[in-house]
Design a protein around this ligand. Sequence first.
Ligand SMILES: Cc1cc2nc3c(=O)[nH]c(=O)nc-3n(C[C@H](O)[C@H](O)[C@H](O)COP(=O)(O)OP(=O)(O)OC[C@H]3O[C@@H](n4cnc5c(N)ncnc54)[C@H](O)[C@@H]3O)c2cc1C
Length: 384
Amino acid sequence: MRPRLVLAGAGHAHLAVLRDLAARPWPEADVVLVSPHARAAYSGMVPGWLAGQYRWDELTIDIAALAARAGVELILAQLTRIHADTRRIELQGGRGLDYDRLSLNQGSGIRRPPGTEGLSLRPLQALPATWAIWRGEAARLPRGTTRRVAVVGAGAAGIEVPLAISRRLPRLAPQVNWQWHLVSRAPVALPGWSAGARRRVRDELARRGVILHLGMTASALSGHILQDARGLALPMDRLLWCSGAAAPPELAGSGLALDERGFVRVDAHLRSVSHAEVWAVGDCAAFPFSLPKAGVHAVRQGPVLAHNLRADLAGGALRRYRPRRRTLALLNTGDGRAIGQWGPFGAGGAWLWRWKDAIDRRFIRRHHCSESAPVQRPRGDRHA
Ligand SMILES: Cc1cc2nc3c(=O)[nH]c(=O)nc-3n(C[C@H](O)[C@H](O)[C@H](O)COP(=O)(O)OP(=O)(O)OC[C@H]3O[C@@H](n4cnc5c(N)ncnc54)[C@H](O)[C@@H]3O)c2cc1C
């Protein structure tokens, strides 16, 4: 019997594995993809969707078509438990599945204090329904109403989201007096970014009237009221959580070696340090070197993972994932411009937005499965 390889989650790196399989089938294994959805959303375009620049269908990838083209069985279900010592996973609905190899690429959740109200930026698939409710409510608010909206978390997504919604909601509901707040426990917005990019972002937030609350560890007093450690309370009408990555809950109790935050510890080959038949990539993995949780890394791990899974099954040398020292980062300001960073260099303008838009649309196009579209082998993709 051929070994069974289970790909859990249709994350960025698994898209590259599917493309590799479609271009050059692997006779060495039966491959199964477990994904709760037939279409996967691409996070890099989500702020643009909030700003009204994209339709939702423009930023989703047809996983079912990709899997069919790759000759991979798709199981539409969520992975709920992993028993690494017995090589078995459980799926939502109670179904169990044995594996010989398991590759984990199910991303991350949002860290958020218990008891809080509001909208989490993950899972992405839940966004359209909640966002539609918010928009509908906003449009019905009486003239002169004040609406305080806070975004919690000032990483890249936490910057793009208030810039996007502070553009969109006043257009949908101009009768409302909107107030925007950005809350972060970090002492600066965009920690880890260059001083130049941070200055541009600060100026942009100020121009849009976004009030910054830095060094504030938000917990929930109740519902929509944020409270910091000193007892300062910030009553809000709406909360949006972009507050850092939380490990997928199914990793706890799996038997896999995890880091202190609950992510799967892997070596430079992307292989679990405790179970050689398990691989993990993207946000759900903890690497032997420090790496921010960013799509750009998950994308670049894809070709290395595809090579290593094939080498593991068929025999061959493994490749190491070597993160680039510098990556291009582009922030959508929601108004036809972007702020960019490359190492210590920062810039801003409409040309950067056009560049980001082109990179993101190319990423989506690469995964289109029309009859005539040629299958492209994975290579050093970009994710802006
Ligand atoms: C709004 C927003 C904007 C961002 N913009 C950027 C950007 O511009 N550039 C950048 O580099 N990074 C960006 N990021 C960060 C980036 O989204 C993540 O680092 C990246 O998506 C991680 O990729 P991944 O392949 O690990 O997982 P994901 O892309 O999250 O994919 C995981 C997949 O697994 C599925 N899944 C989840 N749980 C399960 C389960 N239990 N069982 C089966 N399947 C499951 C999910 O449905 C999803 O399809 C952004 C994040 C957000 C929230």
